[in-house]
Design a protein around this ligand. Structure first.
Ligand code: PMP
Length: 321
């Protein structure tokens, strides 16, 4: 029996062509993905609009989903259009108005050798109401911790792919930051510059310019990040894609995390734990409170995803009845 305690309003999930009650399920211990992280996933949100729920940037998410599958040498049994349709059905069947959507493709039961030659690739899609990822308090700004572990380097794996196994590093470092009393982690890359959060990008603001880093810095170039660069320009800001050093971050006027799950969360302080042998230093970002740029971006983003800004309607896929 599976409860939906931590998955509010989840009623049914889609798996292998049909909907199953949330409470129903089983998983054979020899499923390949359980052992080796051989699964790829997406994180998508749908928002409440005057025309019913709308999925934010669904084609872009599904493109990335299939890129991830390819990076894992996984052949999706479904096309992009089929997956889009199943996602819309999942939102409708659950009667959700705004929700988080999690499609997962994985190597299932077959053989247990590292090469999954007898394992079918299976698709599952779940959706539930997921509120503030870092908690309601995070809107007032979070204290981030630079973890000692460096982000998986872009020469080691295609970091544009959302591969389950790679997220083990995110889970461990997210736990590490919380154990140390901070709200969330930040990874440096192998070059010692700022990479990203465990499941979110970092954008800094300096003299009105928005700066974020690109794939050469070992980050996943998020869909939220790309959207915010466009929104930022529309709000009159200059934008730049460039490496971000620790000093850039500490000296920024403002900084924020962005991603589908977290949306936009101001970073108001950063403690540098990147060198376990060195004393840790706390750096207050700007005034230590959410700044005017972050606040304006949050408002503009909320308007965009809720269908209140005609210019950004292009990003919405209405789920329909
Ligand atoms: N970096 C990582 C490692 C992530 O997992 C995510 C979440 N998908 C992001 C950045 C932000 O990406 P997006 O805005 O597309 O959700």
């Amino acid at each position: 029996m599976f409860l939906n305690t931590h998955f509010p309003k989840a009623k049914k999930y889609w798996y292998k062509g049909t909907f199953h009650d949330w409470s129903e399920g089983g998983c054979h211990p020899m499923m390949h993905a359980l052992h080796y992280g051989t699964a790829v996933f997406e994180g998508i949100r749908a928002y409440s609009t005057a025309r019913g729920p709308a999925v934010f940037r669904l084609p872009e998410h599904n493109d990335r989903f299939l890129v991830s599958a390819e990076a894992a040498k996984m052949k999706s049994p479904y096309t992009k259009d089929e997956i889009a349709e199943f996602i819309k059905q999942t939102v409708r069947v659950n009667g959700l108005d705004s929700c988080y959507i999690r499609p997962l493709l994985f190597y299932s039961f077959g053989n247990l050798g590292l090469v999954p030659k007898a394992c079918p690739v299976e698709l599952a899609i779940s959706a539930w109401e997921w509120g503030a990822y870092l908690g309601e308090k995070a809107a007032q700004g979070v204290h981030a911790y630079i973890v000692p572990w460096r982000r998986v380097h872009h020469t080691q794996f295609n970091m544009a792919a959302k591969l389950g196994g790679v997220y083990v590093q995110s889970t461990i470092c997210g736990l590490e930051a919380r154990e140390q009393g901070f709200d969330e982690a930040i990874f440096l890359n192998m070059e010692g510059r700022v990479a990203e959060g465990p499941g979110q990008n970092v954008i800094i603001v300096k003299n009105g310019t928005l700066v974020t880093n690109g794939r050469q810095e070992s980050v996943l170039e998020g869909i939220t990040r790309t959207s915010l660069l466009e929104i930022g320009q529309d709000l009159g800001h200059k934008t730049r894609i460039a490496p971000i050093t620790k000093e850039d971050l500490f000296g920024a006027d403002e900084a924020f995390y962005c991603g589908t799950a977290v949306e936009i969360i101001p970073i108001v302080a950063v403690t540098d734990g990147s060198d376990p042998a060195a004393p840790r230093a706390k750096h207050v970002i700007g005034t230590g409170t959410p700044g005017p740029v972050a606040r304006a971006m949050i408002q503009a983003f909320q308007d965009a995803v809720s269908g209140r800004t005609p210019r950004y309607e292009k990003w919405l896929t209405y789920v329909g009845k």
